[in-house]
Ligand binder design. Structure first.
Ligand SMILES: [Zn+2]
Ligand SMILES: [Zn+2]
Length: 126
């Protein structure tokens, strides 16, 4: 009996940000804190002068930029229909099928197989 300040009749929970107990129904996922916080935390964040006001987390911008760059790079790196291959030895090369990306060994001496064994696309490096 006693000691606890959480009313057991409400769905009480502890704010993971400030540690204050509160009604779980009033808690919300905050886009700035990126976690579920109590209404007090949201109120504090919205206070004028708060350093947390609608500021975009810096890492988001960064990630977006990186994603965009890698996306652009990928586009540049993909000239159409270039057959990728790795030389294994004098005779054999490993071809990555340009259509289905299935890797298979091509024998340059026997000139075989000329087609991808998986999708039957002509996949001989010129
Ligand atoms: Zn809180
Ligand atoms: Zn294929």
């Amino acid at each position: 009996m006693g000691g606890t300040f959480i009313n057991r009749n409400v769905d009480a929970t502890i704010c993971r940000r400030c540690g204050r107990p509160g009604d779980a129904k009033a808690f919300a996922l905050d886009p700035i804190f990126k976690q579920v916080v109590c209404p007090q935390c949201v109120k504090e964040r919205k206070k004028p002068g708060s350093t947390l006001t609608a500021e975009k987390p810096t890492d988001w911008d960064y990630e977006d930029e990186v994603l965009e760059k890698t996306h652009k790079l990928k586009q540049q790196q993909k000239p159409k229909e270039t057959i990728r291959y790795v030389r294994i030895n004098d005779e054999k090369i490993k071809i990555i099928c340009p259509k289905c990306e299935f890797p298979f060994v091509y024998n340059t001496v026997r000139d075989s197989p000329r087609f991808c064994p998986f999708c039957a696309r002509r996949a001989k490096p010129s």
